[in-house]
Design a binder for this molecule. Structure first.
Ligand code: NDP
Length: 230
């Protein structure tokens, strides 16, 4: 049975990925700071703070089976004027969003290289591609993910490892809870497909990127945004 490790699988996009991969016969391990209230028996939760390399190392010591697929999904958002934030905010956003990918990839790459196979999927954001006003730090952390994904893809392709990012548009999860109904309606109006995304939209793309159907795809930043960014 193929084994997928998903960071931030306790809710939102990570949770949808965990449920979909489990349904499709994967052995699923999720890494997050809290355990989901209802955890399926086929999904193993390990407590982990992805921003802390020691916490990630300890979590991986508990993972016995080889990792076929890594989904680096855990992330935090931060909205406000660029000058509202200081070094602590910078560290929190960069260490979680980009550092999380860095820490997790460092754990799985050596074993994937040894086996000459593996798939790494990073959950980025369309703001990493375009930049978002009042989300400068967040956008920068996602831009770093995109560059890292492209570089890793080149470095690891000779070892049979594919590395891609999914770049979601606006997806209805807890991360969107700070927006008012008017904001949400305005975002819907800006989306050519006329609706906001669901966590399942992203999970479906992740399942495709993990599967042999995408065997010739690496180093790509795949937009899943209802046409908001074309
Ligand atoms: P949620 O806020 O719903 O979920 C975030 C997840 O990340 C939770 O499972 C949380 O688990 C986990 N997490 C956060 N910090 C850490 C940490 N330090 N260590 C381990 N786990 C952590 O967000 P979404 O599901 O919406 O977001 C998932 C990803 O998708 C993020 O990377 C986000 O940037 C990206 N994205 C989301 C978009 C959206 O519109 N929703 C748009 C574009 C990108 P816990 O708190 O239990 O640790």
């Amino acid at each position: 049975m193929a084994h997928v490790v998903i960071s931030g699988g306790s809710r939102g996009i990570g949770r949808a990925c965990a449920l979909l991969f489990e349904k499709n016969g994967y052995d699923v391990t999720i890494l997050s700071r809290t355990c989901p209230e209802e955890n399926n028996t086929g999904i193993t939760h390990i407590s982990c703070d992805v921003s802390d390399p020691e916490s990630v190392k300890t979590a991986f010591e508990k993972i016995e089976s080889p990792v076929d697929v890594l989904i680096s999904n855990a992330g935090v958002a931060l909205s406000g004027l660029a000058t509202d934030f200081g070094y602590k905010d910078y560290r929190r956003v960069m260490d979680t969003n980009f550092g999380g990918l860095f820490n997790l990839a460092n754990e799985v790459i050596p074993q994937m290289v040894r086996r000459k196979s593996g798939v790494i999927i990073a959950i980025s954001s369309m703001w990493g591609q375009t930049g978002a006003s009042c989300e400068a730090l967040y956008s920068a952390s996602k831009g770093a993910i995109d560059s890292y994904v492209k570089s890793l893809a080149k470095e690891l392709a000779p070892s049979g490892i594919r590395v891609n990012a999914i770049s979601p548009g606006v997806i209805m999860t807890d991360m969107m809870s700070c927006y008012t109904e008017d904001d949400i309606n305005a975002l819907k109006d800006e989306t050519p497909l006329g609706r906001l995304g669901t966590p399942e939209d992203i999970a479906g793309t992740a399942l495709f990127l993990a599967s042999p159907s995408s065997d010739y795809i690496t180093g790509q930043i795949i937009g899943v945004n209802g046409g908001m960014l074309i």
